[in-house]
Design a protein around this ligand. Structure first.
Ligand code: URA
Length: 197
């Protein structure tokens, strides 16, 4: 099967994921799941947490306020968003943007695992603490787990079924929404990404 077909299969499964507690919320609010978008052969995959209001209204990852910040950070390192693949661990919006629950991460993470296997990125950039924790544990780097402030911009090496990769955790772009002074610290993480491209 082609990558696009495998990714389409994931989309169809998530659309029909009635077992998820967030499914009802999606249907009642008339919103969409957010599967992911971008280059299917991307070298870099960004993994956020869960869709926000704007993302659930459009079905596109990082298209709201956090997305604007992400785009600006990428622009400053001369990296085009369309060259990456962007997704989240949790594919449906948690009500009122609350943190995802462990059982929500559990139900959606197999889809992320499959996206990684299909796209085979050389660099995975988890954005924020939830995706950092998940990605580090997934790739047997649980012993490296520290608060995101200590991991931000660090380059960790991991082994996957398709070869060696780098994992570069970065703060979630939302940190800069209410605290513009954090923008500089956020950008430092993107500089680490640029140095490893
Ligand atoms: N925050 C995320 O983690 N993901 C999105 O897609 C949007 C906001």
């Amino acid at each position: 099967m082609k990558k696009s077909e495998l990714l389409e299969k994931i989309k169809n499964e998530v659309v029909a994921l009635e077992d998820s507690g967030l499914y009802r919320n999606r249907v009642v609010s008339g919103s969409f799941p957010v599967i992911g978008e971008g280059n299917h052969d991307a070298e870099v995959m960004f993994v956020g947490e869960a869709p926000g209001a704007q993302e659930a209204a459009t079905g596109r990852p990082f298209c709201g306020r956090s997305g604007k910040i992400l785009d600006e950070c990428l622009g400053k390192i001369g990296f085009e968003r369309k060259d990456a693949y962007i997704t989240n661990i949790v594919k449906d919006r948690p009500p009122k943007n609350r943190d995802p629950l462990p059982e929500e991460i559990d139900i959606y993470r197999p889809f992320l695992d499959r996206q990684i296997e299909i796209i085979e990125p050389k660099i995975i950039v988890p954005l924020g603490r939830f995706s950092t924790e998940y990605i580090l544990i997934k790739f047997d780097l649980g012993s490296e787990l520290k608060p995101i402030t200590a991991l931000h911009g660090k380059v960790l090496k991991a082994k996957t079924s398709y070869g060696d990769i780098k994992i570069i955790p970065i703060f979630h772009p939302a940190v800069a929404i209410h605290n513009p002074r954090k923008r500089e610290a956020l950008q430092e993480g993107f500089k680490a990404l640029k140095n490893n491209l």
